[in-house]
Design a binder for this molecule. Structure first.
Ligand SMILES: Cc1cc2nc3c(=O)[nH]c(=O)nc-3n(C[C@H](O)[C@H](O)[C@H](O)COP(=O)(O)OP(=O)(O)OC[C@H]3O[C@@H](n4cnc5c(N)ncnc54)[C@H](O)[C@@H]3O)c2cc1C
Length: 510
């Protein structure tokens, strides 16, 4: 596959493609030979998912495996890797949505892209069923299958969440949310009733992990700038509420960072409701309760509940009939699915043992996904006779949380940072981790422009009509299609709204 058809001058082209070049390595062994073709036929390597894990793995495989040794195919509903870490900044208009999408076709040279969802795997016949984006359903044969389909928003069994809450897993949800917030200000500007205006201007975020915390921090800045454009909406009408059942924010980081982030949010007027759970969401309200005082429920009038309360592995995992732990596919430390030769899995969907945590499943983070991808590529190549297999080893490099402006919290390599130093580290880290020169330049430019020119407070038309549900934007119903040619709901699966692999439990944050 051609890499890039840019007409930029050669030095610029080299810079823009820098991330890709750094991924190339020379294979350590030239041994051909696959169980597919006894050393002559190219092995069919199919990768499911083009996210952090899938795309990085393929880039490595293209370098490790000669073209004669493997035919590489990626199955994905989208033609890009989404750099999720900056999604809150898309909602807040600081970064353009397209700039977070790293093009699959630009990043890979010879991998064939099949646009669609893998919806079932036959481990005996060694096929994967693909529900194509054009509505076709067909099967691909494989000699090695690597599953990296990521995760979906975890919606729990709380009444109303799946119908009325807005998720934050993809660009469609992010762009919709930005439009939706502006639409609420538009309506509030026209509202004559004080209570209705307050409800329209009240935004409730559920989940105080890094996504919910960043979103609250970024959106308070955005909404403060936005309301200035609506003469009848007062700044004090706007209310952001952040809910989490944990006693502190950012519970995955050092407590000091959670406290610091809470201070920043409090300074920006965010109402924190910690040790608090959501018991119901409706079109116009959210009901909250605390474990200590179950009789005292609080009902907040709002038209906007944003659900950042964690993720569940892709529903594909539950369709495989293979062992799982917390819904994630069980694999060994070389990413192999036990008992199924040639099947590998990694990223959010797999329970990859983390040796630094006594073999507990690695966290569902991009940091793990990209490092697993490099290790998994080595192991897949080794299984085809190129190089030697090696178990996954990873040392936590820390976390960065961008709170907008000069505020951030971070703990790189064990150092605890906040304020401007953390903001510098955070942005430098994202620029580096984007790992694609073209996207990097675009995001850096967005940040620079954000410093010097006012935001464009415009709706793009995505908030017309009823907001899409989380299931609709994340396409979780697609897994109900299974056999080739069978475009309907598989018999016996019950409620088409049911989300396979959905976990039930308390509301956490991601
Ligand atoms: C808003 C947000 C912010 C985040 N911020 C951070 C952060 O700051 N730092 C951090 O480390 N992590 C962060 N994460 C977590 C991080 O995004 C995930 O851990 C990471 O994306 C996991 O990588 P993955 O490759 O397993 O999944 P993904 O990157 O999600 O990729 C999965 C891919 O598979 C595709 N796919 C899904 N189903 C199928 C199917 N059936 N068939 C084929 N393809 C399929 C998807 O479209 C996607 O392209 C954040 C996540 C979110 C949602």
């Amino acid at each position: 596959m051609p890499a890039s058809t840019s007409s930029s001058p050669a030095p610029l082209r080299r810079f823009l493609r820098a991330g890709r070049a750094s991924d190339r390595v020379t294979s350590s062994s030239g041994a051909a030979g696959t169980d597919a073709g006894s050393g002559t036929a190219a092995a069919r390597v199919v990768v499911v998912g083009s996210g952090f894990a899938g795309l990085r793995l393929l880039r490595r495989l293209e370098s490790l495996l000669p073209a004669s040794a493997a035919e590489l195919t990626v199955v994905s509903p989208v033609d890009h890797l989404l750099y999720t870490s900056l999604i809150p900044q898309v909602c807040a208009s600081s970064v353009e949505p397209r700039h977070l999408a790293v093009a699959t076709r630009g990043a890979l040279r010879r991998t064939v892209l099949r646009l669609g969802h893998a919806v079932a795997v036959d481990t005996r016949a060694r096929t994967v069923t693909v529900h194509g984006s054009d509505g076709t359903v067909d099967e691909l044969g494989w000699d090695r299958l690597v599953l990296a389909p990521g995760s979906v928003t975890r919606t729990f069994d709380i009444p109303g969440v799946r119908e009325h809450a807005i998720g934050l897993k993809n660009l469609a949800e992010a762009v919709h949310l930005r439009d939706h917030v502006l639409r609420q200000f538009e309506r509030a500007d026209a509202a004559t009733d004080e209570g209705r205006r307050r409800a329209l201007c009240t935004f409730v975020i559920v989940g105080g992990g890094y996504t919910g915390t960043e979103l609250a921090a970024q959106m308070t800045r955005f909404s403060r700038r936005a309301v200035a454009n609506y003469p009848r909406v007062r700044a004090e009408d706007v209310r952001w509420v952040l809910v989490d059942h944990a006693p502190s924010l950012l519970h995955e980081l050092a407590p000091a960072l959670g406290r610091r982030a809470a201070d920043v949010l409090a300074d920006r007027g965010v109402e924190l409701r910690l040790r608090t759970s959501v018991s119901e969401v409706t079109e116009r309200t959210v009901r909250l309760g605390r474990a200590e005082t179950p009789d005292q429920q609080e009902t907040i009038a709002t038209h906007t509940v944003i659900w950042c309360a964690g993720v569940s592995p892709s529903p594909l995992v539950a369709r495989l009939g293979l062992p799982t732990t917390h819904g994630r596919l069980v694999v060994d430390d070389c990413f192999r699915v036990p008992e199924v030769e040639g099947l590998f899995a990694l990223g959010d969907a797999a329970a990859v043992p983390d040796v630094t945590r006594s073999g507990a499943p690695a966290g569902q983070t991009a940091q793990h996904a990209v490092r697993q991808a490099v290790a998994a590529a080595r192991n897949v190549a080794a299984s085809l006779g190129y190089g030697a297999a090696r178990p996954y080893r990873h040392r936590d490099l820390g976390f960065v949380v961008d709170l907008g402006g000069r505020d951030a919290v971070a703990n790189p390599l064990g150092l605890t940072l906040h304020g401007l130093p953390a903001a510098v580290v955070t942005r430098a880290y994202h620029a580096y981790a984007l790992n694609n020169g073209s996207n990097r330049v675009r995001v850096l430019t967005d940040w620079a422009l954000d410093l010097v020119i006012p935001h464009q407070i415009v709706q793009l038309g995505f908030a017309d009509g009823r907001p899409p549900t989380i299931d609709a934007t994340e396409q979780t119903g697609i897994y109900l299609v299974t056999a080739p040619g069978q475009a309907g709901v598989e018999a016996g699966l019950g409620d088409p709204q049911a989300q396979p692999g959905r976990a039930v439990g308390g509301v956490g944050g991601r």
